[in-house]
Design a protein around this ligand. Sequence first.
Ligand SMILES: [Zn+2]
Length: 220
Amino acid sequence: MFIGHFGVGLAAKKIDSKPSLGTFLFAFQFIDLIWPIFLLTGIERVIVDPGDTTFTPLNFIYYPFSHSLLGVLIWAILFGLIYFLFKKNFKSSVLLGGLVISHWVLDLITHKPDLPIFPGNDFKVGFGLWESVILTIIVEGLIFITGAYLYIKTTRAENKIGKIGLWSLLAFLMVIYIMNIFSSPPPSSEAIAVVGLFQWVIIVWGYWVDRNRVNIIEKS
Ligand SMILES: [Zn+2]
């Protein structure tokens, strides 16, 4: 799953307006941000295997440190803890930890049974939404649109950057998503990892957008 994750991160602003959009994007995308590093260092492995599932040619053969249930729980606790040490905000820390876990839950829906429960164990789970391209696009698209709508409703552009930055980010994510569906399979796992590293740019983009938008305080 790709843009569906971003939908969840955008929607989080509605629940808690304190953390920056960049921090939310950082949290829910965390295990996909560290995954390319594990690939490049040879700790985890992916192979290009067209037809592995209908939606993606990537076959995630070994990624227990970034993508096992136990792994993600540990990352979530660490993420929440570090945020708490800096910001001393318990509610936001719990929400951010939950967002780290949300990535795994959405992956659980889309992946074939390739998500490990803990490292060193062969039991793997995944409900396989990726077997249907149409259903994948509908589910991810709905989450993404809902998230974008909630973020736009919760914040207001303070200046031109706040407006253009947000819309260009949303457009950029959609373009990558569509290109991904129609492009030919990547040449190697190194190529996947290098492209994956570019996701860090999206995090910085999130911080930049959020700095130029203000929260709309709702009257209750
Ligand atoms: Zn993932």
